[in-house]
Design a protein around this ligand. Structure first.
Ligand SMILES: Nc1ncnc2c1ncn2[C@@H]1O[C@H](COP(=O)(O)OP(=O)(O)OP(=O)(O)O)[C@@H](O)[C@H]1O
Length: 280
């Protein structure tokens, strides 16, 4: 896959993306709080969170360390249970959503099995879900191609760069075709050029598949480049400071980062972060 400043050069890409006509909610969170009981006392990781994420949206959580971004993502994934409040994922409990394989989860580190090839790593969830060998191969071929790793099926993770390993882990998360993609700082450890490239690839995948994406990041430009909505969070207790709906068109390029609209959204995020910044 060529590195290009505009991933939407192919006109068929946009044609394939059919955003839902209705604003169906993929995730609905109401008055949700989560307290971790620790030896040093309770930690209010999330406090009175209200959030609705529409199907087909690309929503980023941004905020300083410890504001609860990962915890909120883990609550959606049913990896943490809230202390109070309600959450629905595609109209069901997070547990049912997890059991129904509704989401794919991408971690900050690629977390590939070193003794398995890239193709074999992609097949892990498909094996667990009991797909036939033929279907496993079909899905693996399709999603490794989508992330540009069609020539690397038989390589082992250590033979690939960090960016390529992360692309493999994205292919693995997509392989069983979940409606929802949960991504926890997937590109945080990568150099800026690789990160730019993967940001564009992720936008392309989002357009091609129409999935709902929930994305954790520390990077303001990354959040603005990718998102339809930016959820600015603040710590102690972890809460939502502001939700910014992006005015940018869905078709985006790296060059857009110089546009007045892009700079204005960056400024709005910065101000929301600064307004809520506290020195304890
Ligand atoms: N399992 C846990 N037990 C106790 N406290 C926890 C646990 N997980 C998270 N915390 C605390 O909850 C708060 C929110 O943590 P979380 O990891 O969600 O923040 P974050 O915004 O993702 O941070 P970062 O940007 O550094 O990854 C922090 O104070 C953290 O120390």
């Amino acid at each position: 896959m060529s590195m290009t400043a505009d991933v939407f050069e192919k006109s068929d890409v946009l044609a394939e993306f059919n955003p839902p006509q209705s604003a169906r909610k993929m995730i609905t969170i109401e008055d949700l709080s989560l307290v971790f009981e620790t030896n040093d006392g309770p930690v209010n990781a999330l406090s009175h969170i209200d959030l609705a994420i529409e199907e087909g949206g690309f929503v980023s959580f941004i905020g300083p360390s410890g504001c609860g971004k990962t915890t909120l993502l883990r609550v959606i994934a049913d990896l943490e249970r809230p202390t109070s409040g309600t959450i629905l994922v595609d109209g069901t409990s997070p547990e049912d959503a997890r059991l129904n394989r509704l989401y794919g989860y991408v971690f900050q580190a690629p977390a590939l099995f070193p003794w398995r090839t890239i193709a074999s790593n992609c097949k892990v969830p498909l094996e667990i879900f009991g797909l036939s060998k033929e279907l496993q191969q079909q899905k693996t071929d399709k999603y490794l191609e989508l992330v540009g790793l069609q020539d690397f099926h038989n390589k082992f993770p250590w033979q690939l760069s960090g960016g390529m390993q992360q692309r493999a882990s994205i292919a693995r998360a997509l392989s069983f075709e979940p409606q929802l993609l949960l991504m926890d700082e997937p590109f945080g450890a990568l150099d800026e050029i690789t990160r730019d490239h993967l940001n564009l690839e992720l936008l392309k995948i989002w357009h091609e598949t129409g999935k709902t994406v929930v994305f954790v990041t520390h990077s303001i430009p990354e959040a603005v480049l990718l998102s339809t909505h930016i959820v600015v969070m603040s710590p102690r207790p972890g809460r939502i400071a502001k939700i910014i709906k992006s005015p940018l068109a869905k078709k985006r390029t790296l060059a857009d980062r110089e546009s007045p609209e892009f700079v204005a959204v960056m400024q709005e995020v910065r101000e929301a972060l600064a307004n809520d910044h506290r020195i304890d």
